[in-house]
Design a binder for this molecule. Structure first.
Ligand SMILES: Cc1cc2nc3c(=O)[nH]c(=O)nc-3n(C[C@H](O)[C@H](O)[C@H](O)COP(=O)(O)O)c2cc1C
Length: 235
């Protein structure tokens, strides 16, 4: 990651001079030329999340996802309506957004070709998905009771966010094509963090200890070392 970033900046990384000032390379690096491309997917790199929800009969379901972002105490999620996780979240209004680290990569990929839906929808069966009724057991994850919501947390995930659904918005139909997913706004009710990623005696996440698992054009990555810090960072 560092090596790639170094290449991107023409062999020179921006230097973090003091706590709040960054010195850009001088002369500026050559700007690469661009071509027009049509990638089949646009997953440019976001953290993997595992959303735990409850099925109608009360059993827990886990769904890997990566279309999730945070602003203030809200999360916005993009979930396919054909997924069991989406159905469960919209029906019950409750979920836990579990954030795995690189150590959970193999477990995430074990969950990847499965769905809690039975029977498996035709289009997913054609892609090789199979039904799985106990995803905690499949991924060898440990369920932990949540404080404010029904779905359990995943003990192995360094961050676990209990959420309540506030709004659901159907993705727009364009040229008669319905993309078939919902944009879901959720409020974070409680954050749980592994003790070793919290700065002792504070409410801050230790960014030297926490590393998200990134989903980049259907490949998994860990983050590299820190390149700098935002002028508003509190640690
Ligand atoms: C790493 C990863 C990221 C994914 N991101 C999303 C996503 O953001 N939204 C979505 O609807 N499906 C996403 N999927 C696909 C779902 O996990 C898949 O449809 C799964 O079958 C859902 O399980 P469920 O039907 O039990 O909810 C992702 C899959 C993987 C492996």
């Amino acid at each position: 990651m560092i090596r790639r970033a170094t290449k991107r900046f023409g062999g020179k990384l921006p230097r973090v001079e003091a706590m709040h000032s960054i010195v850009l390379p001088n002369p500026p690096p050559r700007v690469p030329s661009s071509v027009e491309v049509c990638p089949s997917i646009l997953y440019f790199g976001t953290p993997v999340a595992l959303i735990s929800t409850l099925n109608l009969e009360g059993a827990a379901n886990l769904s890997p996802m990566s279309s999730v972002w945070a602003l203030a105490d809200r999360l916005v999620l993009g979930l396919a309506q054909a997924s069991q996780g989406c159905e469960n979240f919209v029906r019950s209004g409750e979920a836990v957004i579990n954030l795995p680290g690189p150590d959970q990569c193999v477990a995430v990929e074990a969950l990847a070709p499965t769905t809690g839906r039975f029977p498996v929808p035709g289009h997913k069966r054609d892609m090789g998905y199979r039904h799985e009724g106990d995803k905690f057991a499949l991924a060898k994850f440990t369920p932990l009771a949540s404080r404010f919501v029904g779905p359990p947390r995943i003990a192995e995930c360094p961050l676990q966010l209990e959420v309540r659904l506030l709004a659901a918005h159907g993705a727009s139909v364009v040229d008669g094509a319905d993309p078939g997913f919902l944009l879901l706004e959720a409020k974070v009710l409680q954050v749980h963090a592994h003790q070793d990623i919290v700065l002792p005696g504070s409410q801050h996440i230790d960014t030297q200890q926490w590393s998200p698992l990134l989903y980049v054009f259907r490949h998994y990555f860990a983050t590299g070392g820190r390149l700098g810090r935002n002028f508003r960072a509190e640690t």
